[in-house]
Design a protein around this ligand. Structure first.
Ligand SMILES: [Zn+2]
Length: 459
C-alpha cells in the first residue's frame, strides 16, 4: 500500500484508535460561542443523496458528510418527537431545543395549558451574549422563532417578529410582509420599530453593510429556492455576514442558521429544488466550520428538526445499474415545481404538461402520466393511491420518480431520527441517541445560565 492510499483509507476508523486524551478533553470543554445549524425537514436519506449530487454537480463532496468521517466530531441521531405526536412540526421541534420542554405542534414555546416558556436567546441576551438568527424562510418562521419567541400560534408571525427586539442582534432572511405596516394585519410599522430600536434595516444584497444590530429582509415571504438563481444573498453569504457581526462579542454569542427550504421542497416532492437547497445549507455549514476551526472556542452543531417525506434513491433497472443515471437526470431541472402551475396555464392539458416537464425537468413522461398530472393540476383526481400525494406536486413527484429514481413516502413530515453532528468544545455530550430536550440544558450550561423551564408531563 503506498502512502497515498494509506492516507485515504478509513480516516475515521484510523483516527478512532488514536483520538488523544487532549482531543477528548477538547471535545468535553466549554465553548464560548455556539452555532446551531438546521437543515429543516432533512430526512436522513438526504445526506447521501446530497453528497452524491454535490460530487456530480460540483465535483466535490459535502462538509456534513466529511464531518461524519471526522473522529474529532461527535456523531449522533436525535429523537425529535413532539409532545402530542411522534411526528413533529418545526415549531414544536425548535421549541424543544429553545426551551428544553416538549410542546404540542403548531405552537412556539408555550405549554398546552398556555404557560409561556422562556426561549434560549432571551436568556442568552440577558447573560450578555450576542444573538443571531439566519434563515431562508421568513425570519419569523417556526425554526428561528423557537429560539427567540413565545407564541400560542406559530402562524402569528407578525407577533413573533416584534418579540425579536431586545432578544436578537442580527436577524436575516425573508418576511417583509410580517414587518411592513401596509402588509401586516394590525398595520403596526414593525420596520419603524426596529429602526427606532437601533437596527439597521437592509432589503437588498447591495445594502448589506456591517452594523451593530441588523434586520435584513430580502424577500416578501420565504427566500427563493436556490435552483431559481434569484438575486438575493445566499444562506452562506448571510451566515458569513452574521458571523462578522458577532466578532468582538466579549461574552460570546449564540447563532442559529436554518436552511429552511429543504423542508418546503420535500413537501412538494421536488428533489431537484431540495438537493440544491441542501447544498446551499452545506455551504453555510462550511462557513461556520471554517470560522470555528480558526478559533477553537466555538461549538458547531448541525442537525435537522424532523424528516420530511423520507426521499430515497431506489434501485432502478436490472441489478440497479440505472440508479446513477436516473439520479444524474436531476441535474437537468431548470427550476422548482413552484414555476409549473403558471407554465401549465389555467386549463392544463396533458400535451402542455408533457411539453413543460420536458423543458423544465429534462424528462419525457408518458401521455398517461401527463394526464394524471394535468388532472391534478386542474384540481381533479387523476389517480389516487397514496392519498398524501393526491395534490399535483405529489402526483408529479411520483411520476418523476420513474425517471429520477427518487421516491417520497408522502408529502408530510416523518418520524425518523435525524442526524446530529457536532464539532468543537462541548460537542462530546452530543454523541449517540440525543433527545431534542437535551439541547437546552447543555447549551445554557455552556453559557453559564442557570434556568429551567416548566414542562408538561412527558414533555
Ligand atoms: Zn415542513
Amino acid at each position: 500500500m503506498n502512502r497515498r492510499s494509506l492516507l485515504s483509507v478509513p480516516l475515521g476508523l484510523g483516527a478512532a484508535a488514536v483520538l488523544s486524551p487532549a482531543q477528548v478533553k477538547a471535545k468535553a470543554g466549554r465553548p464560548k460561542n455556539i452555532i446551531f445549524c438546521v437543515s429543516d425537514g432533512m430526512s436522513p436519506g438526504v445526506l447521501m443523496m446530497a453528497e452524491y449530487f454535490s460530487k456530480i454537480a460540483r465535483g466535490k463532496g459535502t462538509r456534513w458528510a466529511a464531518l461524519m468521517n471526522d473522529m474529532t466530531a461527535s456523531r449522533g441521531v436525535q429523537d425529535v418527537a413532539a409532545l402530542n405526536s411522534p411526528v413533529t412540526d418545526s415549531s414544536s421541534s425548535s421549541s424543544a431545543w429553545g426551551s428544553g420542554s416538549r410542546i404540542n405542534n403548531a405552537q412556539v414555546n408555550v405549554l398546552p395549558d398556555g404557560t409561556p416558556l422562556t426561549p434560549i436567546m432571551q436568556l442568552a441576551k440577558q447573560a450578555g451574549k450576542r444573538t443571531a438568527l439566519v434563515t431562508t424562510a421568513t425570519v419569523t418562521h417556526a425554526t428561528p422563532a423557537g429560539f427567540a419567541a413565545s407564541q400560542p400560534r406559530r402562524d402569528d408571525e407578525h407577533l413573533i417578529g416584534l418579540q425579536y427586539q431586545d432578544r436578537v442582534n442580527v436577524v436575516m432572511g425573508g418576511g417583509v410582509k410580517f414587518f411592513e405596516a401596509g402588509k401586516r394585519k394590525d398595520k403596526v410599522d414593525a420596520v419603524g420599530k426596529f429602526a427606532q430600536a437601533g437596527y439597521r434595516v437592509m432589503r437588498t444584497k447591495a445594502e448589506i453593510k456591517q452594523a451593530g444590530k441588523v434586520l435584513g429582509l430580502f424577500s416578501d415571504g420565504h427566500m427563493p429556492y436556490t435552483i431559481e438563481k434569484a438575486d438575493v444573498p445566499t444562506l452562506a453569504e448571510m451566515t458569513q455576514f452574521a458571523l462578522d457581526g458577532m466578532a468582538g462579542a466579549s461574552k460570546g454569542f449564540i447563532m442559529q442558521v436554518e436552511g429552511a427550504r429543504v423542508d418546503h421542497a420535500a413537501h412538494n416532492n421536488d428533489i431537484a429544488a431540495q438537493l440544491w437547497d441542501q447544498l446551499a445549507f452545506d455551504d453555510a455549514l462550511g462557513v461556520c466550520l471554517d470560522y470555528a476551526a480558526k478559533r477553537g472556542d466555538t461549538l458547531v452543531i448541525t442537525t435537522s428538526d424532523h424528516g420530511n417525506s423520507s426521499p430515497g434513491l431506489n434501485g432502478m433497472g436490472a441489478e440497479y445499474v440505472n440508479s446513477g443515471k436516473c439520479f444524474e437526470a436531476i441535474l437537468k431541472a431548470k427550476g422548482s415545481f413552484d414555476q409549473l402551475p403558471k407554465m401549465f396555464g389555467s386549463k392544463p392539458t396533458a400535451a402542455r404538461v408533457r411539453e413543460v416537464i420536458e423543458a423544465q425537468n429534462g424528462v419525457v413522461i408518458t401521455p398517461t402520466e401527463a394526464e394524471w398530472v394535468a388532472a391534478a393540476a386542474g384540481g381533479k383526481k387523476g389517480i389516487s393511491i397514496n392519498r398524501l400525494q393526491d395534490v399535483m406536486f405529489g402526483v408529479l413527484g411520483q411520476v418523476l420518480s420513474n425517471y429520477y429514481g427518487v421516491g417520497y413516502t408522502g408529502t408530510t413530515h416523518t418520524s425518523e431520527y435525524t442526524f446530529i453532528t457536532s464539532t468543537g468544545p462541548g460537542s462530546l455530550p452530543f454523541e449517540g441517541l440525543v433527545r431534542n430536550t437535551d439541547v437546552f440544558p447543555r447549551l445554557t450550561k455552556y453559557m453559564g445560565i442557570q434556568f429551567k423551564n416548566p414542562a408538561a408531563a412527558q414533555g
